[in-house]
Ligand binder design. Structure first.
Ligand code: SF4
Length: 366
């Protein structure tokens, strides 16, 4: 086992802060707008037809009359609000393809957002992603359509846990996966994504590194470096569910099938895959290889989004959905733009420290 030591999460999950009194402050600054018409009629059908064409391969025509009025209303409201929508790769096809301005992994989204001239960012993803956007865009209003959209990795560890780890291993640098709260990012030396985790760990020039909170990503990195990894025992509840037997069964059903997996999966699952990479790397891999049949061992909606882009590739979809990502819907995106909720706020002292960790990673890349 390449990992030096593993430490466990404190049993309780962390609830996402819901700052009473802060709700409505964005509405106070920008004003609340009335609900637009959500009628399905020939004009809506005509206007939204090009958008439906993007997802026709993965969304049945019978569902479009329910989505189209929301899509039309959201796209109009974005202009009125000078807002941009960021959608993670795990968002459903009608959000990802029809209302998002930027799509990608959490870091790509936050970086894109920091370059745009918009007053409001609506984060279609989970809470830690909205926090990262706020960390990098402190002067913009950042909204998440459902504050309950959490993450099993982010809730496995607190800032206090990191402080205890650092006391236990004085002088050992700490790396936090971006799937952590601002509180945790504020306590580490640098952040990483699943795309650059190895590069970040090796950049520190240390013999040992504390790596948190994903034990499987830690194990994946530990298998590729001489740096000794002290890991935290968090896991993604979606990727942890895949099994090696499931992958062997796929392989047996079609030996030509290409299997690509996310490094948040357990090591025995990754051992069965043809390629391991972050969501961004997995998408690039499918674009480059143009295999006939591919199974993506990750959250199910990403396969739909790749399928919509590459209709000639047959995506086999083991449907593990992230319940947190699925809290974001067209209906609550619309409400978010109308009422400007739920606004994401971070204590300025924590935000400043967390920004240092995130920017250190970004600058490393540059
Ligand atoms: S897929 Fe896993 S890591 Fe991503 S938000 Fe859901 S629980 Fe968190």
């Amino acid at each position: 086992m390449p990992i030096l030591q593993t430490f466990g999460p404190s049993a309780e999950t962390v609830s996402i802060p819901h700052p009473e009194g802060e709700l409505g402050s964005a509405a106070h600054r920008h004003g609340v707008l009335p609900m637009p018409s959500l009628e399905w009629n020939p004009q809506v059908e005509r206007e939204t037809a090009p958008l439906y064409a993007r997802i026709a391969k993965v969304v049945p025509a019978v569902e479009w009359p329910f989505f189209a009025p929301y899509v039309k209303a959201i796209n109009a409201l974005k202009k009125e609000r000078n807002a941009v929508i960021l959608a993670h790769n795990y968002q459903t096809p009608e959000i990802y393809n029809c209302v998002a301005d930027f799509v990608g992994d959490s870091l790509q989204l936050a970086r894109e957002a920091s370059k745009v001239d918009a007053d409001i960012i609506v984060q279609c993803g989970v809470h830690f992603m909205a926090e990262t956007s706020k960390i990098l865009n402190p002067d913009k209003t950042v909204l998440i359509p459902d504050r309950r959209a959490g993450c099993s990795l982010a809730s496995s560890i607190t800032g206090a846990d990191v402080r205890l780890l650092r006391e236990r291993f004085p002088g050992v640098p700490a790396v936090a996966y971006v799937n952590t709260s601002a509180d945790v990012k504020a306590e580490v030396d640098i952040c990483c994504t699943s795309s650059n985790a190895l590069e970040v760990v090796e950049s520190l020039g240390a013999e040992r590194v504390i790596f948190l909170p994903d034990q499987y990503l830690a194990s994946y990195v530990a298998g590729q470096t001489k740096v000794k990894i002290i890991a935290w025992k968090g896991a993604c509840e979606v990727h942890e569910r895949f099994t090696a037997q499931e992958l062997r069964d796929y392989r047996a059903s079609d030996p030509a099938l290409q299997i690509i997996a996310h490094p948040e999966c357990p090591p025995d699952v990754l051992a069965e895959a043809d390629f391991t990479g972050s969501t961004a790397h997995m998408i690039d891999w499918v674009r480059r290889n143009q295999s006939k049949r591919v199974v993506m061992i990750t959250e199910c909606s990403m396969a739909d989004n790749v399928q919509a882009e590459l209709p000639d590739v047959e995506m086999v979809k083991p449907c593990n959905l992230c319940p947190h990502m699925k809290r974001i819907t067209l209906a609550n995106i619309l409400e978010s733009l109308l009422d400007l909720r739920e606004e994401v706020t971070i204590d300025p002292v924590i935000a400043e420290k967390a920004r240092r960790s995130v920017e250190r990673m970004i600058n490393l890349k540059n």
